[in-house]
Design a protein around this ligand. Structure first.
Ligand code: GLP
Length: 261
């Protein structure tokens, strides 16, 4: 099935413009909901891709009065096992790249816990799902994309009905992480990730993909047959998804895109 007509794709001339657009979308949502006296429930991603988005959100906080006091966050994933204080943990990544520099109450921050014993993981995952539901679901989920086509750490083979769970990482994902960990032997082989169902229940979803490195997988994810072999293809079936690309990431797309900016 090809739902090309339902996809919304924005292509920006460079990564900075694409990132500023995404940060602006997040900031407007926070302002709009806080004016209504409501919390904003954000699903957040890690990796190189969202760094400029977070940098712009910090700037908006520091210089333009954007407050994160009404923001509640749920991160997509965490390596397993992983100590929160480790430099490579997604907890550390988020602290450095966003949380330490804005006014978000620490109790509003949720990241899967990589420190638990194996026996405790399943209950933790179920509780993570419940907490998202208790907050009324995710208003906006920000996604990157891995070169296996993963979103979060939903590797090839992940089912559309999957929820938060412990998963094994694909070899390509592990090799892409070697630089961060300083050697193959230091990269964890497992992670806790939100599932495809968890992600696709968000009311808005923005998948951000930047650089030539992502061009091949972006073409497969957006224009390929929907299949568990490339989990990001599931997003083609959801109307609340917007794909935000820089010109390099969009360079292998064959079809027309809705908007080139
Ligand atoms: C990791 C994360 C994903 C992220 C992907 C791409 O695997 N679990 O959420 O989208 O990497 O990372 P990068 O943005 O560094 O290319």
């Amino acid at each position: 099935m090809n739902n090309q007509e339902e996809k919304f794709i924005k292509v920006y001339p460079n990564s900075e413009k694409a990132s500023l657009y995404v940060a602006g979308r997040i900031a407007s949502l926070i302002v709009k909901k806080s004016e209504l006296g409501q919390k904003t429930i954000l699903g957040l991603a890690t990796g190189a891709t969202p760094k400029l988005v977070y940098k712009e959100l910090i700037r908006l906080h520091q210089y333009e009065g954007l407050s994160f006091k009404t923001v509640v966050t749920f991160n997509l994933d965490e390596y397993y096992p992983m100590q929160a204080v480790d430099e490579q943990s997604y907890r550390s990544f988020m602290n450095v790249n966003l949380f330490n520099q804005v006014d978000m109450p620490s109790e509003n921050i949720h990241i899967p816990d990589g420190t638990l014993n194996l026996e405790a993981v399943q209950a933790h995952c179920a509780l993570y799902e419940k907490k998202i539901q208790d907050f009324g679901g995710l208003d906006l989920q920000l996604l990157g994309i891995g070169r296996t086509g993963h979103i979060g750490f939903n590797e090839p083979g992940s089912l559309v009905q999957s929820t938060t769970r412990l998963v094994h990482l694909n070899e390509l994902t592990i090799s892409d992480a070697i630089g961060d960990f300083g050697g193959r032997e230091h990269v964890p082989s497992q992670a806790i990730t939100m599932g495809i169902k968890t992600i696709t229940q968000a009311r808005e979803i923005i998948l951000l993909a930047l650089s030539q490195r992502k061009a091949e997988i972006v073409q497969k994810a957006l224009e390929g047959t929907v299949s568990a072999a490339v989990p990001a293809t599931y997003l083609q079936r959801f109307k609340q998804v917007e794909f935000v690309l820089d010109i390099e990431a969009a360079s292998q797309l064959k079809g027309d895109v809705d908007s080139r900016i």
